[in-house]
Design a protein around this ligand. Sequence first.
Ligand SMILES: NC(=O)c1ccc[n+]([C@@H]2O[C@H](COP(=O)([O-])OP(=O)(O)OC[C@H]3O[C@@H](n4cnc5c(N)ncnc54)[C@H](O)[C@@H]3O)[C@@H](O)[C@H]2O)c1
Length: 319
Amino acid sequence: MIFQTASVIGLGTMGHGIAQMLAIAGMRVSAFDNNTDARESLHNRIRSNMLVMQSLGLLDGIDLDDVLSRVIICETEAEALADSQFVTEAIAEDLLVKQEFFARCEDIVSKETILASNTSSFPMTSIAADLNRPERAINTHWFNPPHVIPVVEIIPGERTSCETTETVLDLFKSIGKHPVHIRKERPGFVLNRLQVALFREMLDLIEQGVISAADLDTAIMGSLAIRWAATGPMKVGDFGGWDVLAKIYEVLAPQMRSNHEVPEVLRAMVGRGDYGLKTGKGFFDFTDQEINEITAEKDRRFMIWSKLFQESNQGNSDT
Ligand SMILES: NC(=O)c1ccc[n+]([C@@H]2O[C@H](COP(=O)([O-])OP(=O)(O)OC[C@H]3O[C@@H](n4cnc5c(N)ncnc54)[C@H](O)[C@@H]3O)[C@@H](O)[C@H]2O)c1
């Protein structure tokens, strides 16, 4: 199926980048947010994302104004949904809000329109529980920043049809993303589960005074991250030898943090209001000027790594 029209509802951190990627791929994207500022700033945010991408040679042959002309800012949700072949919501992370949104969609869109959620946590089986046509509803979990990170987790619900799943996998390949088919719904899907597993141990090590936050970042960036980025962790295991890893696992696993409590170091930070960049302090301190510089540098690095990933992983997956 060739998609010509799409809708993106919710234009915050995720939605604006999703709209951008669909428009770059040539679709006419109808966009809506119930916040006026989010609507009015949409084109500027997309333009500034694209200027950074362009400076790194990631948008060769793509005309910025042409892309922006395909992003239509709508004044109502209904206007944004009309004539859409592919609806993505990136609205509030609230199950009822998402359920009600998709119920409204069913009254407006055609029977063939695919309904996608960018939820971080709710299974599509729950979101689509009361839909008349749950077979065309699916989770498509993009990563922040969505216009940069290549992988999107594709998670069908129990009643999503194979046809919808295949169509969506093809769609994401066609827009230059790297879809990964998550074959069973689990809380946090796959990648958020892994992040929490690692954060549990990393925060525990910081709390115990084993390593500082800065040294931990350096240690990961200069070792595991290089190996994982270059080959993926499962191949790292193949290279290292699973016989050795099985022995290390046996010794270390019982000694690692396994309780479900939020580590005290994290609880205290959140209690102090040290949320990170957004409050100027997390594990590190940030001045207003640094925030802009660090964010730009972070985006630049993400794009360089993403480009390397795209070059070395063309067609390289089971999905
Ligand atoms: N931020 C991330 O890193 C990330 C990553 C993956 C998935 N997600 C998921 O994507 C979704 C959006 O997250 P975000 O970080 O972009 O949030 P955000 O707060 O930055 O943006 C949400 C936007 O949706 C708008 N909105 C809320 N309810 C709406 C409604 N009913 N109709 C229209 N607009 C509405 C808000 O005004 C806001 O602009 C959530 O489900 C979140 O869990 C977020």
